[in-house]
Design a protein around this ligand. Structure first.
Ligand code: PMT
Length: 222
């Protein structure tokens, strides 16, 4: 099946987790491997696009012909994503951005207090990167998000599509076996204002090809 041509188009993709430092040796993060976002970047490049891949800390090879920018935490990912979004036609947020970061980063390794068994950690909310890009009045790319859900997948994903003002959302059930975080495979449902389409479980590389085709068709439909 031929992939829609993206020659001359610019696409930015975020991938992987973010790491939110607590102190010089510790951080908060999640299990995202970057596989889904890297597969999308590779598929978009093969379809002819000029691709910028904004990657959190992952252990993945850079796809051939893709411009990769490595970042560590959510604030750095936002800055890099905002700059890439100024120039791109399509922005795809596959990264698992930490929703919160420690309110303070301790300059020294945090010591055990010694008394009770419980410690608490003050957190502050991170900015929502994809929602800020989708809220733009000017230089707004066609904006695609993901929804990582463990229950009520379609309902929650539709909520995110609307709340974040996205053009399209790709929902995955991250509690399903051999799917979601860190797996080579995934099962997704593509949702937009017009309806939804479920793609059968498959390798992330194959799904990425299908997703890029669907996204390209929707973004350049006129
Ligand atoms: O990396 P892999 O191991 O291959 O796994 C792939 C994946 C499961 C991480 C991927 O398919 C996926 O679902 N990515 C989104 C994960 C996520 O954080 O989902 P969310 O439902 O919490 O966020 C919704 C959307 O908002 C996402 O597009 C996310 O990138 C974006 N977001 C979230 C928070 C934030 N502060 N800024 C954001 O841009």
């Amino acid at each position: 099946r031929p992939t829609a041509s993206l020659a001359g188009r610019k696409i930015a993709v975020t991938a992987g987790p973010t790491r939110e430092a607590l102190d010089p040796v510790r951080f908060l993060s999640n299990h995202s491997s970057g596989k889904m976002g890297f597969a999308l970047a590779a598929a978009a490049q093969r379809a002819g696009a000029e691709v910028t891949l904004i990657a959190g800390p992952v252990n993945q090879p850079t796809p051939p012909g893709v411009k990769r920018i490595d970042v560590t935490d959510a604030l750095e990912m936002r800055e890099t994503a905002e700059r890439a979004a100024d120039l791109c036609d399509i922005f795809i947020a596959a990264a698992a951005v930490a929703d919160f970061r420690p309110a303070e980063i301790s300059a020294q390794k945090i010591k055990k207090t010694g008394d009770g068994e419980r410690e608490s950690l003050a957190l502050v909310k991170n900015p929502d990167i994809v929602a800020a890009i989708a809220a733009r009045k000017e230089r707004r790319p066609f904006t695609v998000g993901f929804a990582a859900e463990t229950e009520k997948m379609l309902e929650h994903a539709r909520g995110k599509l609307a709340r974040k003002n996205l053009d399209l959302i790709i929902a995955n059930d991250v509690s399903a076996a051999d799917s979601g975080f860190d797996s080579d495979r995934n099962a997704v449902t593509v949702i937009d204002a017009g309806g939804s389409r479920e793609l059968p479980p498959a390798l992330k590389t194959g799904l990425a090809e299908q997703l890029i085709e669907i996204i390209a068709d929707k973004a350049f439909a006129q």
